[in-house]
Design a protein around this ligand. Structure first.
Ligand code: ADP
Ligand code: ADP
Length: 232
């Protein structure tokens, strides 16, 4: 579903050049919850941002749902991104809009009409367990509730792939558990393929089917979780 082939990305030049991704290849099968784990600075954030081309790689191929993203023009890329939802560590909600308004905004920018926006936003907020908070503003919510809004927004355009950029890193352990459970529900009931990055091995152990270890921009281990964990 997601295929990175020989993806490299550097920042800066000369003595200040940093290689963030060094010839990374990765395959995420359809329907998987796939985790990329690594320490701070390993290149996780750069990696996940290349998957929807928020970060354009210097070289390599990025295929999502059969489409080579690096070959697309601006308009086609915009359409392809509707199939790729993204959830962020710091939620990135619009503080001036209500919960419902935040979810509707994601549909407004892709041209869904007002009536349909309202209907779909209400439906997705119920799905993430926030139907009762539709009229609240983000400042009135707990961290876990804010992230549920972030997830609802990411699902609004009905993507096939969900990217999670340290979605639980700002949350306490109990809230983390409930958000991970929600990811699992989304994976199972909506059939979304989930790619997440995290610095916490526990997150990977809790929900991932497969995982890869990223170190200094390179994939070190990669496989089904049962096999990775049983390796001495
Ligand atoms: P992680 O998410 O694992 O912490 P990042 O992908 O954020 O790692 O960063 C990988 C490396 O690339 C780090 O050395 C970081 O300093 C560098 N880097 C990331 N983004 C930029 C940028 N926009 N400009 C310069 N260096 C960057
Ligand atoms: P630009 O017009 O600058 O290329 P976009 O309109 O594609 O940027 O994206 C604007 C912002 O929306 C991005 O910085 C990112 O935070 C967010 N974003 C882009 N694509 C997605 C997506 N598929 N799911 C969730 N958020 C996205």
């Amino acid at each position: 579903m997601i295929s990175l082939t020989s993806v490299s990305k550097s920042f800066g030049s000369g003595a200040r050049r940093t290689v963030a991704l060094d010839n990374v290849s990765l395959d995420v099968p359809e329907g998987d919850i796939f985790g990329v784990v690594g320490q701070s600075g390993a290149g996780k954030s750069t990696l996940i941002r290349t998957v929807n081309l928020l970060e354009r790689p210097d070289s390599g191929s990025i295929r999502v749902d059969g489409q080579e993203l690096t070959a697309l023009g601006d308009n086609d890329l915009r359409v392809a991104r509707q199939g790729i939802g993204m959830v962020f560590q710091h939620f990135n909600l619009l503080s001036s809009r209500t919960v419902q308004g935040n979810v509707e905004f994601a549909l407004e920018v892709i041209g869904v009409d007002s009536r349909e926006r309202k209907r779909r936003a209400a439906e997705i907020l119920d799905l993430v367990g926030l139907g009762a908070k539709a009229s609240s503003f983000p400042s009135q919510l707990s961290g876990g509730q804010k992230q549920r809004v972030g997830i609802a927004r990411a699902l609004a355009a009905r993507p096939r792939v969900l990217l999670s950029d340290e979605a639980t890193s700002a949350l306490d352990p109990e809230t983390t558990r409930s958000i991970l459970e929600l990811f699992r529900t989304i994976n199972r009931d909506l059939g979304l393929t989930v790619l997440l990055i995290t610095h916490e091995m526990d997150v990977v152990k809790t929900i991932c089917d497969s995982a890869a270890l990223l170190e200094a921009g390179q994939i070190k281990e990669n496989g089904r979780l049962v096999e990775l964990i049983s390796t001495p």
